[in-house]
Ligand binder design. Structure first.
Ligand code: SAH
Length: 204
C-alpha cells in the first residue's frame, strides 16, 4: 500500500509514510471488507459512512505539515483510522464525531492500540471545539458546502486547515493557512467525501 499507492503518487513525507506502514488499517474496516483493507479505495464502515482512501489520508496528513508538537482538531472521527495516523505525528488530537456509536467504537479501538493522546467528543464539529482552541492544524474528513467560520477562528496564526469543499458529489481539497493578516489558500486536488452534516455544513 505504502509503495504502490502512496509513494508512487507523490506522498513524500517520510514520517507520514512510516506511520501508515505501521497502523493496521484492517482493524478499522468492517469484517465484510477485511480482504480489501489495504486496497486503494474508501470502504464502507457502519452507519452509511466510509473510511477514507489511504492516499487521501496520506495527502491530508502530509498537507497539515506536522512536526510533532501540534495541537490538532479533527472533524469526522469515523472509524478512527485517520486519527490513528495523526496521533504519533502531533502532540494532542481532539477529534469530533456526530454519530455516537462510531465515535465510541473508534475511542475503544484507539485505546486498545495504546494511543493515548486523543480525545473524542460526540458533537457537531462545524462548531469546532472552542475550549481547546487555538489549533495548529485542523482536518475536516467530510465534504463541506463552505468553510465553517468557527474553524477559521479556532486556527492559530500559521495554523493550517485542510478541508474538502464543494457540492455533494465532488469536492476540491483545500489547505487554508492563517497568516498574520488573513488567510492563504491552496488547492490540493479533487476528492469525494461523505457529507459534513451540521449547523454550518449540510442540513442532512
Ligand atoms: N477519517 C475517517 C472517515 C470519516 S467519514 C476514517 O478514517 O474512518 C466522515 C465522518 O464525518 C463520518 O463518520 C460522519 O459521521 C462524520 N461527520 C459528518 N458531519 C460531521 C459533523 N458535523 N461533526 C462531526 N462529525 C461529522
Amino acid at each position: 500500500m505504502v509503495r504502490t499507492q502512496l509513494r508512487a503518487r507523490g506522498i513524500v513525507d517520510e514520517r507520514v509514510l512510516a506511520v501508515m506502514e505501521r497502523v493496521p488499517r484492517h482493524l478499522f474496516v468492517d469484517p465484510d471488507s477485511q480482504d480489501r483493507a489495504y486496497d486503494d479505495s474508501a470502504l464502507p464502515i457502519r452507519e452509511g459512512q466510509t473510511i477514507s482512501q489511504p492516499y487521501m489520508v496520506a495527502l491530508m496528513t502530509q498537507s497539515l505539515l506536522l512536526g510533532g508538537k501540534e495541537k490538532v482538531l479533527e472533524i469526522g472521527t469515523g472509524s478512527g483510522y485517520q486519527t490513528a495516523v495523526l496521533a504519533p505525528l502531533a502532540d494532542r488530537i481532539f477529534s469530533m464525531e456526530r454519530l455516537g456509536r462510531l465515535g465510541r467504537r473508534a475511542e475503544k479501538l484507539l485505546f486498545s492500540l495504546d494511543i493515548h493522546n486523543v480525545l473524542i467528543r460526540i458533537a457537531d464539529g462545524t462548531h469546532g471545539w472552542a475550549e481547546e482552541a487555538p489549533y495548529d492544524a485542523i482536518l475536516v474528513a467530510a465534504g463541506a458546502p463552505g468553510v465553517p467560520e468557527n474553524l477559521l477562528r479556532q486556527l492559530s496564526v500559521g495554523g493550517r486547515l485542510v478541508i474538502p469543499l464543494g457540492p455533494e458529489d465532488r469536492q476540491l481539497l483545500y489547505r487554508i493557512t492563517r497568516t498574520k493578516t488573513g488567510y492563504d489558500e491552496k488547492k490540493l486536488g479533487s476528492c469525494r467525501f461523505v457529507k459534513l452534516i451540521g449547523r454550518y455544513g449540510w442540513e442532512s
